[in-house]
Unconditional design. Structure first.
Length: 230
């Protein structure tokens, strides 16, 4: 049974456990307040902010709001049971962790500005919105990453695995001074589509085969890769 909750107070407090309710209302704040884990699974449509002040917020069916705040030592995570599409239109800020755990697709379309790690352990994390997403380091497990056309991602490093694929139709930039040889390591260069660009500035990207062979990619090779769509 779905229960609809019309937000009529300044904020709605989420502590722990499951919240299957559908949250709606304009201009109200939803707060995850305890160090425990809570799961929201309603088809939410509220337009206020979402703040994770402690613990972990697992998103089952939708997280809305104009802004998603993820402070340090907190986590915004898609449900590992989720195999459909999740859209986060609000910009994510803070120093906490953003995790794509389900086998479906999570699309981030707000102008994100968070410094914590981004973990893609399954499914697809899609950066969209024709905006710039400024994020921390990215770790691709068995998951994949896509940067849509017209969208820019600036990250503080990226590490991939043989099972991961990253596709760039927009621009992916490794932030200046954020990476060193061996810390940004993938097993293949991105698949470029359209005018997709990998911007290394003065950083290094290590491309390592499963056999242990390495190729170090410098900024002067970016144009070559970007000009050879996969």
């Amino acid at each position: 049974m779905n229960i609809n909750v019309q937000l009529t107070r300044a904020y709605y407090d989420i502590e722990n456990g499951a919240y299957p309710q559908t949250l709606s209302g304009n201009g109200y704040e939803v707060v995850k307040s305890t160090t425990a884990t809570a799961t929201i699974s309603g088809d939410n449509s509220y337009t206020g902010t979402t703040t994770i002040s402690a613990g972990t917020l697992i998103v089952g069916n939708g997280v809305s709001g104009s802004l998603v705040q993820v402070p340090s030592s907190t986590t915004l995570r898609s449900s590992s049971n989720r195999n459909d599409a999740l859209s986060v239109a609000g910009a994510i800020t803070g120093a906490g962790t953003v995790t794509q755990a389900g086998t479906g697709t999570t699309t981030l379309s707000g102008a994100d500005n968070y410094g914590g790690p981004t973990i893609v352990s399954a499914g697809l994390l899609d950066f969209s919105g024709n905006v710039t997403h400024t994020i921390g380091s990215v770790s691709l497990g068995a998951g994949n990453l896509t940067v849509d056309a017209g969208t820019t991602v600036v990250s503080k490093g990226l590490n991939g695995t043989p099972a991961s694929v990253w596709t760039i139709a927009g621009t992916y930039q490794l932030a200046q001074g954020s990476t060193t040889a061996g810390t940004t390591k993938v097993y293949s260069v991105p698949t470029f589509t359209g005018t997709g660009t990998l911007d290394l500035t003065d950083n290094k990207l290590i491309v390592e085969s499963t056999g242990g062979h390495r190729q170090q990619v410098h900024a002067d090779l970016v144009a070559e890769y970007a000009g050879s769509p996969g």
